[in-house]
Design a protein. Structure first.
Length: 151
């Protein structure tokens, strides 16, 4: 598995049109963690002048996808990463630009061992969304799977 993950942001902007449309920016991305940023744009707001819940969810899911792609992108020839389920808690009213930090919940080696054993592994990614003051506004868990390609 490669340790160079500088390609992840460009890959996501190129393959997930929504990411480019809303202007998500990619910060640090590794096989264990990613940080993404949603700029504060009026057209992304809700009725209380903050980012719409759909934007917050999308930001968190995108952060989880970045870490999943960084961790398991090398398996693209034999498996497709897919979201299985997600859960989000909106903790405080979000205002302004947001950051989402996503962390892989278990070692990638464990997930890859399951894939190598012929299983369809699942893995969680925990996401924390913060506002410009660093206050946590949302918390999310995204469960992913690596769906093996059919022969």
């Amino acid at each position: 598995m490669t340790t160079d993950t500088s390609w992840v942001g460009a890959a996501m902007r190129g393959s997930v049109p929504w990411v480019k449309t809303v202007g998500i920016e990619f910060g640090e991305t590794t096989a264990e963690r990613s940080v993404v940023h949603l700029p504060d744009r009026t057209e992304l707001h809700n009725h209380v002048a903050g980012p719409h819940a759909a934007m917050i969810f999308g930001l968190g899911e995108t952060a989880s996808g970045a870490v999943a792609l960084a961790a398991f992108g090398a398996t693209a020839d034999r498996a497709t990463p897919l979201v299985v389920r997600s859960e989000i808690a909106y903790l405080k009213l979000a205002r302004g630009a947001l950051n989402a930090e996503a962390v892989l919940d278990r070692p990638a080696a464990e997930v890859l061992a399951e894939l190598d054993a012929g299983l369809r592994p699942e893995f969680g990614v925990s996401v924390t969304v913060t506002d410009p003051a660093g206050r946590e506004t949302s918390r999310m868990t995204v469960m992913w799977t690596l769906r093996p390609h059919r022969a």
